[in-house]
Design a binder for this molecule. Structure first.
Ligand code: NI
Length: 174
């Protein structure tokens, strides 16, 4: 496995639409493994392939809390096939927007269809933090960042500060 460099916003590679995976083969499995290693190394709970510069519809997540056994998940072509009318609000962060957080409203529960690492079609129901995390990661596949869900005032403030930090070389950039 290999740790991959994470792209920091603003960056056009975070604004594209990722392509569907045809088959989960050894190459995609290696990408999933590398993304999990990268996510754990960065203390994240989710990561999407565009964040490491790969425009494929692949996400990984692990929302196990401290003290719980790790619960790595890897999904190709994840798709929300049902969402609850109930909305919940979570404070979200993102490895591509380091050190910034904002409250985002999303459906509280979702059902997600995806291909697992054995190329098998699966469905899970997620709620709470996992539901938020999966929706956040699927957004990345369509070029959407969590700051796109908050006011333009707050979004512009965060992106301006990140641009400045990148220019000053404060942030490690990919
Ligand atoms: Ni993110």
């Amino acid at each position: 496995m290999a740790r991959l460099p994470i792209i920091v916003a603003p960056d056009p590679r975070l604004k594209g639409t990722a392509e569907a995976v045809h088959t989960v083969d050894d190459d995609v499995r290696k990408l999933m493994d590398d993304m999990l290693e990268t996510m754990y190394d960065a203390n994240g709970i989710g990561l999407a392939a565009p964040q490491v510069g790969v425009q494929k519809r692949v996400i990984v997540a692990d929302v196990a809390r401290q003290g719980e056994d790790s619960a790595p998940m890897a999904m190709a072509n994840p798709e929300v096939v049902w969402e609850s009318d109930d909305i919940s609000v979570h404070e979200e962060g993102c490895l591509s927007l380091p050190e910034y957080f904002a409250e985002v409203e999303r459906p509280d529960q979702v059902r997600v269809r995806y291909l697992d690492r054995d190329n098998k079609s699966c469905e899970i129901e997620a709620d709470d933090l996992l539901a938020t995390c999966i929706q956040h990661e699927i957004d990345h596949l369509d070029g959407i960042l969590f700051v796109d869900h908050v006011s333009s005032l707050k979004r512009n403030m965060i992106l301006r500060k990140l641009t400045k930090a990148k220019r000053q070389g404060v942030l490690e950039t990919a």
